[in-house]
Ligand binder design. Structure first.
Ligand code: FMN
Length: 166
């Protein structure tokens, strides 16, 4: 699948089959992530791979009142938490999100689905033993899609494009 096809096919998936994902695919998704452009090539990202176990159970529990997110976490073959070193603030977060998008596109190209979830606060920091100076960009459940939602529509580019000035 070429990159334009992956961009056009990618949608957020929040329910996965119970098929296992080979380790080499997880490795290639992470490897795609670290190719992302990043401020000063500072590579601010750090990844936490979460598979079955108490950390995953606690993530599920934290989203027990938001059914689509709970299902995404419950059914995920694996979860990747993308963290970043916050020394450079916004530039580090932007870099981490470039990395997230590369991972989402790589996952799409391997036939996987994913959804980037937002988690903030003390509880998740403690759960993941996140060191001081690091923040969470995204918590991403991955797996083979067990749903095929309609692709959410976007407004046409012409409604968003300004020529020369806003
Ligand atoms: C920064 C960011 C945060 C997001 N946080 C959540 C979230 O907490 N829960 C969720 O279900 N989806 C989350 N999403 C996914 C968006 O809801 C989704 O991308 C958007 O609705 C467009 O749908 P699409 O990804 O299928 O194109 C997030 C996406 C981004 C980029």
């Amino acid at each position: 699948m070429d990159v334009i096809e992956a961009i056009e096919k990618r949608i957020s998936i929040r329910k996965f089959t119970d098929a296992a994902v080979p380790l080499n695919i997880i490795d290639r998704i992470l490897s795609a992530g670290i190719q992302a452009p990043n401020a000063f090539n500072s590579e601010p990202w750090e990844f936490i791979l979460v598979k079955e176990g108490p950390v995953k159970d606690e993530l599920i529990s934290m989203r027990r009142k938001i059914p689509p997110q709970k299902t995404a976490l419950e059914t995920a073959a694996f979860v990747i938490v993308v963290c970043y070193n916050n020394e450079m603030g916004n530039e580090a977060l932007s870099s981490a999100y470039a990395c997230v998008e590369n991972m989402l596109l790589a996952a799409t190209s391997f036939g996987l689905g994913a959804v980037p979830l937002t988690f903030h606060g003390k509880k998740i920091r403690e759960l993941l033993e996140l060191p001081e100076g690091f923040e969470i960009a995204s918590v991403i459940p991955f797996g083979y899609p067990a749903e095929s939602p309609e692709k959410p529509l976007r407004k046409p580019v012409t409604e968003k494009l300004h020529i020369g000035k806003f």
